[in-house]
Design a protein around this ligand. Structure first.
Ligand code: AP5
Ligand code: MG
Length: 215
């Protein structure tokens, strides 16, 4: 199965993708995570992407589509793919069609996380992750069970994203509205979009997604 999780910054794409990975052994293809890894490693892609990401703008279509193609090739044909943060423009949506077709994959569901943008700034500015295993947390909504210790790997170091400040979040939201939201009608016309209430509790969001996948 191949699915897209679509929604603005902080909608819960990464949170829900991690849960699907754990439960179904699907693979999470997050272009944001891939770009952050490239920035950290100092690759040419990372050098090009760093300043763009810090401003909250979109990295070029060619770069992210190449990352997605490479990642699909690396994971082999059996595992299902969860596209998290990709596609984000009409050009990327067209590229994804060709990328999937060339690998005999088809898109099963586009799950739109429907959220109230005003609440997202709090979600994003409170977010942190384990520096060792990447598990996501939140200052208010999802704290580690033992303060300072990762539930998943026992690590003690945590980190925050440089683009998770109120000003950059506003640019990221504007980019979503201008360039990403317009791709929804393309998928609606194919009858594969399901809307989920992304403001519900995390577990309820997960249950709603599971119900869609079980259809
Ligand atoms: P990316 O990493 O994709 O960031 P984003 O789209 O801005 O989304 P986030 O990761 O911020 O949010 P999320 O929906 O994953 O929310 P999360 O689950 O963490 O992209 C970053 C940058 O990279 C872009 O700005 C761009 O520059 C570049 N880029 C990436 N892909 C690109 C592409 N395809 N093309 C061009 N450029 C690209 O949840 C947020 C917080 O809320 C967490 O703390 C979580 O615990 C909490 N939370 C989640 N769900 C709930 C809930 N139901 N209730 C309460 N709290 C919740
Ligand atoms: Mg994310």
């Amino acid at each position: 199965m191949n699915i897209i999780l679509l929604g603005p910054p902080g909608a819960g794409k990464g949170t829900q993708a991690q849960r699907l990975v754990e439960k179904h052994g699907m693979r999470q293809l997050s272009t944001g995570d891939m770009l952050r890894a490239a920035v950290k490693a100092g690759t040419p892609t990372g050098l090009e992407a760093k300043a763009v990401m810090e401003r909250g703008e979109l990295v070029s279509d060619a770069i992210v589509s190449a990352l997605i193609g490479d990642e699909l090739d690396a994971m082999g044909p059996e595992a299902g793919a969860i596209f998290d943060g990709y596609p984000r423009t009409e050009a990327q949506a067209e590229s994804l069609d060709s990328i999937l077709e060339a690998r005999d994959r088809k898109l099963d569901h586009v799950i739109e996380l429907d959220v109230n943008e005003d609440a997202l700034v709090e979600r994003i500015t409170g977010r942190f992750t384990c520096a060792t295993c990447g598990k996501g947390y939140h200052d208010t909504f999802e704290k580690p069970h033992v303060e300072g210790t990762c539930d998943k790997c026992g690590g003690h170091e945590f980190k925050r994203r440089p683009d998770d400040n109120a000003e950059t979040v506003r640019t990221r939201m504007a980019e979503y509205r201008a360039k990403t939201a317009p791709i929804l009608p393309v998928y609606e016309a194919r009858g594969i979009v399901s809307k989920v209430d992304g403001m519900a509790d995390m577990d309820d969001v997960t249950a709603a997604i599971e119900a869609i996948l079980a259809r």
